[in-house]
Write a protein that binds this ligand. Sequence first.
Ligand code: FES
Length: 156
Amino acid sequence: MNKTEHDLGRIREIVAEYEGDEHSLIEILQRAQEVYGYLPEDVIYEIARLKAIAPAKILGVATFYTQFRLAPVGKYLIMLCKGTACHVNGADGIENAVFEELGIRDGETSDDGLFTLKTVACLGCCSLSPVMMINEETYGSLTPEKAKEILRGYKA
Ligand code: FES
């Protein structure tokens, strides 16, 4: 996990807002992720200290829910669908195209900090398979060449 030191003042304020509320851990983690972009290790330890909860328990919650990220993500989050329809229609080829263009595999962030790749089970638009999303934008009926072109557009 990332060892960078973060400004813990914000997380102390957030935790203080939930004082006395014993069921607020998920909300606190959501707020923390909004502030820091992900859940850094030092922030998790600070929450653990303030709430008197074992850090391992917080980590357990953070890894259980897919909405939480334990590593920083790039400016552009690529969600590449590997659900059945997309798999049948060539998602592996798209994944390779992303690797050839950006040098990243599932869960990795490019060296320039711009792109993070995350493979997901189904994006809910199977008729457009194979599909990827970049932040809020959906790109369907992909070919490896088309995917590379789209990525180049983001780099430019
Ligand atoms: S399987 Fe890819 S969008 Fe449903």
